[in-house]
Each structure stands twice: as structure tokens, then as C-alpha cells.
Design a binder for this molecule. Structure first.
Ligand code: ACM
Length: 714
């Protein structure tokens, strides 16, 4: 959106306050209608806010780069300069959490501006007032108030929030507002009233497939705070490793972690770190399937005798807990009791996904048990197990969460169902009276573009027809970082910046969905995240340097910039991967989404719509020529490098694709007629070049194909 909106067009404050509703207050038809009307205004408002141009001398042509987009934004004129006079005063009863948050905020501001933010003299008046009405709960609850009001004038900033969570969010919003302008670093004059649409906005990190040291999780918590995620879903056990110290069952970490696990002290430290950042920590211990690591240590829990080894491959494996033995439940009771004390959050995730039932079918005693209890299918047996499990989880004061396979009418309505197989199961759960979370569409490991995750709306599609009451049961969702193809070196680049668009989907109004605005704000957010110690940008550069050492990285980067890793589950089929396979090839090093290819696609679209400038057309030619000519410089590097040899055909393709693009531009410039034989040859070449090679996709191909198709045969 390119619209420039002037201040006089903004009469949004009154409208805005209507749609900044508490989710719990919706229900009656009247309220719903009001809500729909509000949504109409909201759409208009958001349309304007996304491309908001702040008037005023100092901030001319500045677009607000907030992510997630706040509920209401009312811009003003002028700016609040960041300088040595900045002095924060904390008021109210927010407690030490707010004090610590302000300290981190001042450090963040210092990082982003280079301006010492503690230099105000002791007699200068405070000009940044943080007011927090009351302290938060010791254990952050799902219902906790997260709202805040941020008012920036040219002389003061006021941040008001009922609870510390609002202060945390408001401080992050302020940090995002700060940009350098003609007068220096400043935040625009603005009033923001904000609160989330959904109360549960999570990020799952799998630390079983590849272990992630504590500092990796911590820097991701910093990233989560920046974009207002409030749940870390910590996937702590799976076939490939058990990652938590158990004092009751120490063989779990001794035999099943290969030395990579968190001590209970580390876990407490992490939970405190998360709590300081407004993030709940929900542990997941996946049972009765995905549980080989348990059986390495305690084979008696399994449905087959074993022995078992920690699994190094990826996939769905047969081993499953024996749901028919009382000893299994005694073990789970003791284990969950221990973990329930370690993890203070009221929610406890038991996994429950992908139980193929093969181990149960092979065990005659288990089959007899099924018959005796009139359990027709293995899924009924799993439901029987889940029912017992839920009683144990509840006994230890927790609410059970599980993947959508656990959905079964025998389970009490208090459980939460997390949908990963599609929105249908979320809708089904809500209809049956269960609360739900959406993760389908938010799998970051599938290497899809940010736009695809952004388009996944929890209350559209299969859930659109739910009643207002049923919709209330959808608590939010979680982005998921499954760890088959990530390690501590590249995991940040798989999570960030794309996770930020899931955070926005769950925080901001559904009507905030303009892609140009999203990508432009995402770029800014991405830079801010790197300041927190995340390595999504710097890591990609380091990994390219590692690959090209000791050569100049430039030629390799020119190729890498148009490539993306293959999508979905394609890597599983490409090679025999396991947890010991080095993740050091180009496919592991590049971002999931090529910004260069996206920009080129935009230029192509405009060119074909006769809407591009001569300058932009020149840019396309310069890029295509650089790609065409890059091959000969790159090949000597590729040929003498064991990790890069596989890229020779990838690079050769790029030369062909770029050459075709240049030729197509020539034909299009002179009327568009091209020899039929040339068109056919190029389209056949592009068909080949568009296929995955070395688990990489050339993302320029679709654009060049459009250029070739736009010519007409002779
Ligand atoms: C899952 O992806 N199996 C939850």
C-alpha cells in the first residue's frame, strides 16, 4: 500500500476503543453485531495504519515499522528525541519485574542508538514515565491482562498498563518506533492503545531431534518478547533424545540424552528468564508414541521387550508405551509429579501424536486387553490411555494439552487440543466443547514463505462457521520449530524472522493482512531481532563464509541469494538423514525465503503490467547479467570444495535461466515476438531448472518463466 494518510483523516480513537475488546466479553448477538461493525471500521483503519506516513517536519515519509501491528494507533505531529536527557520513572506497583524490564529496555535503546541512556543528571526531571497498576501473578496465567497505552509526545513518554505484561509489550513497541531521522534517533509523536486478539501466542522449539543449548533457547526468548509471543512450548522428549534431568528416573538423562540435557537448575533458570519476558513455559513430554528415548532407559514401559536405542533417524516409529500395565501409570504418576513441580505453568503437554499402533497390534496381551475393555481400534486404546493420563496430569494440578490425535469424547472438556493436521480438527474440537490451539499452517520447518504463514487465520476456513461461543474456545496458536534439519547454528534463521508474522497473526486484528506492509515491517523487525543476539542474519553470512573459505564469499552469495531450501517434507525423501548428518551444506545455510527472488518477482509483475519504470527495468537487466556472468567465476570455487561440488549444476542452471530472462526482456522490449523454437527451448529448460537440485530451489525460475511466456511465438 502506498497511500499517504494525513493526520486529519484519522478519527479512529473512538472507533478503535470499541474493537479493542476483551475476548471474554463477546457472546451476545448484539455484541457480535457491534463487533462486525467495528471490524468494518477496523479494516479501513488498518488499511491506513499499515502504510501510515507520519506528517511533520522531522519524520516526513517515515512508515511505522511496528510488528505486531497494535490494535489502535493515533499519530501526532513531531517526535520525541532520544538523547542524554532520557530519564525513566517507574510508578505504581508493578514490582521488580517491571524494574528489570526497564533496565533491559534501556540497554536495548542504547544498543539501537549508541546513545548512553543512563546519562541524565540526577536533578533533571523524568521524561519517560512507566506506570504499572499492579504486580502480575507469580505464575503468569493465560487470562492475564496484557494491554497497555503508550503516549509519546515531543517532550514525554507515558506508558500505562494494568499489569507488568502490558509494560513489557509497550516497551517493545517503543523500541520499534525509534528510528534515526534528520534530528537524530527519535520516536514519532503517537498514541497507541494495544492488546492481543488471542491470549495464547506460542513458539514450539523441539530440542530432542537436535539439542539446543540453553543460550540458544534464551536468545529465542528475547526474540519472542520482542514480537509479543507469550508461550514457549518446549518439546523436551522424543524418539531421538530425552532432554530433562529427572531425579526420580535418572536413567532418562543418563542413557537417553547422549549427554545433552538440561539440569533442573538450568530449567528453573530458563523459566525465570522467560517469566521476566512475559513468557510462559509449557513442557511437552510426548507419549505414548515418539517415546523411544524413554524405553532406552526403562524398556519395561514399552509394548515390546526391546532393548531400545536412541533413534537417530527421522520419522514415525513403532515403539509405544504399554497402556495396559498398571506399572506404566505408576511411572507416569511419579514422573509427571516431579515435572509438575519443576514447571510451574498450569498447562502440561503430553504429545499424543502419530501413534501408529503397530507395537500394540503385535502384542497379544495388549490385544486381549482391548477385547476385554471393548476397545475396537488402537485409537480407542490410545483414548483409554489418555483418559488415565489426564487423571494423573490433573492430580498434579495441571491441565492436559495434546496434539489433535487425542481428541476423543471420553476426555473431559478442560483439556486443550493443539491442531497440527489442519484447521478441521481445531473446528471439531471447538464444536465438541474443547479449547484449541492452531499450529497447522505455522510449521516453520517446512520452509514456506512468511506470506503463507501470515495467511493462516485461526478464525477462517474450517473455523469460520463456528458460533461466537465456539470461537472463544480457540485460545490462539503456536509456530513450530521442529528440529530435524536445524542445529544451534542455523535454528535462528529457521525461526526468524518468519515467526514474527505468526506473532502478528495472533496478536493483531485479522484485517491486518497486507503483504507489502507485512514484508516491509518484517524487514525492520528482523534487524531489531539481530540486536538481541539472534543470529538469523549474521549466522547465514558466517555459514556461507564457512562454505567458501578461504575464497571471497561474493560469488557464492550471488548464487545463494536466489535459492531456497526445498519445501515441506522433501528433504526426508532426498537423502538418508539422521541426527548425526552434518548440516553444513548450502541448503542448511541459506534463509527459507529469498528476498532477492521476491523482489525480482515484484519487478516482473510490474513489468508485465506495464507498470515498471525504466530504472526498474535496468535493475532487472543488471541483476540478470550478474547472475549470467557469475557462473564462470564461481565454478573454480565449487569444483575444489567437497561441500560445494553439488552446486555446479545449480550454478549452470542459473546461467541458463538468467540468459533466458535477458533474452525475453529483449524480445519484450521490441514488441514481444520471439522465435517459436526459442520459446519452446527456454520453457523446456525452465521446467528442468525449476526442479529441486541438491535440495535447493531456484526461485528466479517462476519469474523468468513469466517473462518467456509473455513473448509471443512467431
Ligand atoms: C506433529 O507434528 N507430529 C505434532
Amino acid at each position: 500500500m502506498k497511500a499517504t494518510v494525513h493526520l486529519k483523516d484519522f478519527h479512529v480513537e473512538a472507533v478503535g476503543s470499541k474493537f479493542s475488546r476483551q475476548r471474554s466479553k463477546i457472546g451476545t448477538i448484539g455484541e457480535l453485531m457491534l463487533n462486525n461493525i467495528s471490524r468494518f471500521f477496523l479494516t479501513i483503519f488498518i488499511f491506513m495504519a499499515c502504510a501510515l506516513t507520519i506528517p511533520g517536519e522531522a519524520q516526513s515519509n517515515k512508515t511505522l515499522s511496528l510488528m505486531p501491528m497494535p490494535a489502535t494507533v493515533q499519530p501526532g505531529t513531531g517526535e520525541f528525541l532520544i538523547g542524554s536527557s532520557l530519564k525513566v520513572l517507574v510508578q505504581g506497583n508493578g514490582g521488580s519485574l517491571v524494574e528489570r524490564a526497564v533496565n533491559r529496555f534501556l540497554y536495548g535503546l542504547w544498543q539501537r542508538t549508541g546513545i548512553p541512556t543512563r546519562s541524565a543528571s540526577s536533578d533533571s526531571p523524568p521524561n519517560f514515565i512507566v506506570n504499572c497498576a499492579t504486580a502480575g501473578s507469580d505464575v503468569q496465567s493465560v487470562e492475564e491482562d496484557e494491554s497497555y497505552r503508550l503516549e509519546v509526545t515531543s517532550s514525554t513518554v507515558h506508558l500505562d498498563a494494568p499489569k507488568p505484561l502490558g509494560v513489557l509489550h509497550g516497551l517493545q513497541t517503543f523500541l520499534q518506533l525509534v528510528e534515526v531521522g534528520p534530528q537524530g534517533f527519535a520516536a514519532p509523536v503517537i498514541t497507541i492503545k494495544d492488546q492481543p486478539r488471542f491470549p495464547w501466542r506460542g513458539l514450539l522449539i523441539d530440542v530432542s531431534r537436535h539439542f539446543m543449548p540453553l543460550e540458544v533457547v534464551k536468545r529465542n526468548l528475547d526474540g519472542m518478547e520482542a514480537v509479543k509471543f507469550n508461550v514457549l512450548h518446549w518439546h523436551l522428549s522424543d524418539d531421538q533424545g530425552f532432554r530433562v534431568e529427572s531425579k526420580k528416573f535418572p536413567k532418562l538423562q543418563q542413557m537417553s540424552s547422549e549427554g545433552m540435557y538440561y539440569t533442573q537448575e538450568q530449567i528453573k533458570d530458563l523459566i525465570e528468564y522467560a517469566h521476566d519476558r512475559g513468557i510462559r513455559v509449557v513442557p511437552e513430554f510426548d507419549v505414548p508414541g515418539h517415546a523411544t528415548s524413554w524405553f532406552v532407559a526403562y524398556p519395561e514401559l514399552a509394548s515390546e521387550p526391546g532393548p531400545y536405542q536412541v533413534e537417530h533417524k527421522w520419522g514415525v516409529f513403532n515403539p509405544a508405551m504399554d497402556p495396559t500395565r498398571e506399572e506404566t501409570y505408576q511411572f507416569l504418576d511419579d514422573f509427571i509429579g516431579e515435572m509438575a513441580r519443576l514447571f510451574p505453568d498450569p498447562y502440561f503437554h503430553i504429545g499424543g501424536d502419530e501413534v501408529n499402533g503397530k507395537a500394540w497390534s503385535k502384542n497379544p496381551k495388549i490385544q486381549e486387553f482391548k477385547t476385554a475393555h471393548d476397545l475396537k481400534k488402537n485409537h480407542d486404546l490410545q483414548a483409554w490411555f489418555n483418559k488415565r493420563l489426564q487423571e494423573i496430569v490433573k492430580k498434579h494440578g495441571k491441565i492436559m494439552v495434546g496434539w489433535d490425535e487425542i481428541l476423543h469424547p471420553d476426555l473431559p472438556k478442560e483439556i486443550v487440543v493443539q491442531s497440527w493436521r489442519g484447521q478441521k480438527s481445531l473446528a471439531e474440537a471447538a464444536r465438541q466443547g474443547y479449547r484449541g490451539l492452531l499450529s497447522s499452517g505455522y510449521y516453520l520447518d517446512l520452509m514456506e514463505p512468511a506470506s503463507q504463514h501470515y495467511a493462516m487465520e485461526p478464525l477462517a476456513g474450517a473455523t469460520a462457521d463456528l458460533t461466537a461461543e465456539e470461537k472463544q474456545r480457540i485460545l490462539g496458536g503456536e509456530a513450530c520449530m521442529w528440529a530435524e534439519y536445524v542445529n544451534p547454528m542455523n535454528v535462528d534463521g529457521r525461526i526468524w524472522p518468519r515467526a514474527a508474522v505468526v506473532a502478528e497473526r495472533l496478536w493483531s486484528a485479522a484485517e491486518v493482512r497486507d503483504l507489502d506492509s507485512m514484508y516491509s515491517r518484517l524487514n525492520r523487525a528482523s534487524a531489531g531481532l539481530e540486536w538481541l543476539g539472534l543470529t538469523h542474519q549474521s549466522g547465514a553470512r558466517l555459514m556461507l563464509e564457512r562454505l567458501s573459505s578461504p575464497h571471497d564469499v561474493h560469488a557464492l552469495k550471488l548464487l545463494a541469494d536466489v535459492l531456497e531450501p526445498v519445501k515441506g517434507y522433501a528433504r526426508e525423501k532426498a537423502r538418508d538423514y539422521n541426527s548425526l548428518t552434518p548440516l553444513n551444506r548450502l541448503v542448511d545455510s541459506i534463509p527459507p525465503e529469498s528476498e532477492v527472488a521476491r523482489d525480482f518477482a515484484g519487478m516482473t509483475t510490474r513489468l508485465l503490467a506495464h507498470a515498471s519504470s525504466a530504472e526498474e527495468q535496468d535493475t532487472m537487466r543488471i541483476q540478470l547479467a550478474a547472475w549470467r556472468d557469475n557462473g564462470p567465476q564461481l565454478w573454480p570455487l565449487l569444483k575444489n570444495n567437497a561441500l560445494l561440488q553439488e552446486l555446479v549444476p545449480v550454478s549452470q542452471n542459473q546461467t541458463l535461466v538468467a540468459t533466458a530472462g535477458l533474452q525475453a526482456l529483449d524480445y519484450l522490449k521490441t514488441g514481444g515476438r520471439a522465435p517459436t523454437i526459442w520459446r519452446e527451448q527456454q520453457l523446456a529448460m525452465l521446467e528442468q531448472a525449476g526442479k529441486p537440485q541438491s535440495e535447493l530451489l531456484n526461485m528466479i525460475v517462476p519469474s523468468v518463466k513469466k517473462l518467456v511466456e509473455a513473448t509471443t511465438g512467431e
